[in-house]
Design a protein around this ligand. Structure first.
Ligand code: ADP
Length: 475
């Protein structure tokens, strides 16, 4: 199993802790020790200088006796727990604060190999001071002059182990503080768990469900922050996908149904003619029926194709300025034959001689055609269809009104859906495809224009759509 994001974070947190600990143990330890060594060495050096100055004075004047100085040295030993020596140039220790009895210089031993220049540029040295001590000491050295000559040195030693102990004490404080900070750094981890990890886990589970086709799966509320919004978007996306999947299934079912019924009747008539059920003298009649059915299939195919083209994102419109009045006249003329058959009249009530609009002429003619076609289909014999243009501000309104069967109230909201046909339509006119109005809607949507319908069952219907007035030709 691949490590989860949570494990990665815990791993990073542990690494952070380990590196933090190593930094304190190595870097901070070294820096603190260096600091304490220099600080102690400086303090001792200042002390040593003070003593050597006083000693120098006591040698050159009689104001201060060497006893006074040695008393002072013992006081320093006492308070700083350091060993104070006075060593002459040959390495002979002539005073040792640890072995001094009051007012007397008792020490008298020689440091083998003593060389004051060994101390180098630093003002201290760490070690056993020429094997004078069993443990390591921090030693500083300051010369005592007599006249212009160095006669001896003040040497102060302090146990190095004490400095290390102080360093450890200081480091313990740092360790405790670091440990507490490390525990406090769990707070972001806890916040991360609840604010990021858990919601993301829910989202990951949901995407898994979607990938398996369960589009009804809904992500439970994950808050209103960015992740919450992401979850909401995913929920929305899934519901839209689910809807479009439903749409697709319905679409295919409708298309199959609409193709199957004319094909079944064509096949039925042809078989009946071949096997003689329909006598030859009736062949002409049934061939015309078959022809009608193939016409219906062609119409259905054409409508599907044009709907498909229209639905493509970014439908290309060839917008021009054209006269909607004359476009309506030409379209209405194509229905002359049908109108005669059905004893219908088309009355054009057009505003102005010309009325220029800016739109795709071919597609708007198709809109007018589909609306008049429906008006004729659903009109009763011997009635009138009115096509009217009006204008208001920068908009032209085109209305197609019939006094036909009307649309039931409950059906109105569905008439622009693909394949929607009212029951009346199915019975009365088998040529309907249920695609005419959805084509109208797609075209007007692409133009960002609107269509409205006012219909009363048994009285008639009026479809009104808008078009933008042409800016150039109407002024
Ligand atoms: P169809 O090919 O069935 O006419 P449409 O998409 O053009 O498909 O219309 C869908 C449905 O809307 C029709 O079946 C009909 O019920 C209703 N309809 C459309 N126009 C009219 C109208 N002028 N009068 C009454 N009903 C209409």
């Amino acid at each position: 199993m691949k490590p989860s994001i949570y494990l990665k974070f815990i791993f990073a947190w542990l690494i952070f802790g380990l590196l933090g600990f190593l930094t304190i143990a190595l870097l901070s330890s070294r820096l603190t020790l260096n600091y304490l060594i220099t600080d102690n060495a400086n303090a001792l050096y200042r002390e040593a200088n003070l003593i050597s100055n006083q000693y120098t004075q006591s040698l050159s004047s009689s104001q201060l006796s060497t006893e006074d100085v040695t008393l002072q040295l013992q006081a320093i030993d006492h308070f700083t727990s350091s060993v104070v020596w006075i060593v002459n140039k040959d390495g002979q220790v002539i005073y040792d604060s640890r072995n001094a009895s009051e007012g007397a210089e008792t020490a008298d031993f020689v440091i083998e190999g003593f060389d004051a220049t060994d101390i180098g540029s630093k003002n201290y040295m760490i070690g056993t001071f020429y094997d004078s001590f069993p443990q390591e000491m921090l030693s500083v050295l300051s010369p005592i002059n007599n006249g212009f000559q160095v006669v001896s040195y003040v040497v102060i030693h302090t146990p190095y182990a004490e400095i290390v102990t102080r360093k450890d004490e200081l480091l313990n404080i740092v360790y405790i503080t670091g440990g507490i900070l490390y525990l406090l750094s769990l707070i972001p981890l806890i916040v991360f768990t609840f604010a990021v990890y858990r919601p993301i886990k829910k989202i990951a589970a949901a995407t898994g469900e979607y990938a398996n086709g369960n589009l009804d799966y809904s992500i439970k509320h994950t808050g209103s922050d960015e992740i919450g919004k992401l979850a909401d978007s995913l929920n929305f996306m899934a519901s839209r996908l689910s809807e479009s999947e439903e749409d697709q299934k319905r679409f295919i079912a409708n298309v199959s149904h609409d193709f199957r019924s004319p094909l079944t009747s064509i096949r039925g008539y042809l078989e009946a003619m071949v096997d003689g059920t329909i006598p030859p003298e009736l062949h002409e009649k049934y061939i015309n029926i078959v022809l009608n059915e193939t016409g219906r299939l062609t119409k259905l195919t054409n409508s599907l194709l044009s709907l498909n083209n229209l639905s493509d994102k970014g439908m290309l419109l060839e917008k021009t300025d054209f006269d909607i009045n004359s476009a309506i006249k030409h379209t209405a003329e194509t229905f002359e034959g049908t109108c005669k058959q059905k004893l219908l009249r088309i009355r054009l009530i057009l505003t102005g001689d010309t009325m220029f609009v800016y739109a795709d002429k071919g597609k708007i003619e198709q809109v007018v055609y589909n609306l008049i076609d429906n008006a004729i289909k659903f009109s009763n014999q011997n009635s009138e269809i009115k096509v009217e243009t009006t204008e208001k501000n920068e908009t032209v309104f085109v209305s197609v009104k019939d006094s036909g069967i009307g649309i039931p109230k409950e059906s109105v909201k569905y008439i622009f859906d693909r394949f929607y046909k009212s029951d009346n339509s199915r019975g009365k006119d088998k040529k309907g495809t249920g695609l005419g109005l959805s084509i109208v809607k797609e075209i007007l949507n692409a133009h960002n224009e609107n269509i409205n319908v006012i219909s009363t069952e048994g009285v008639g219907s009026e479809f009104i759509f808008t078009l933008p007035k042409s800016r150039e030709f109407n002024d």
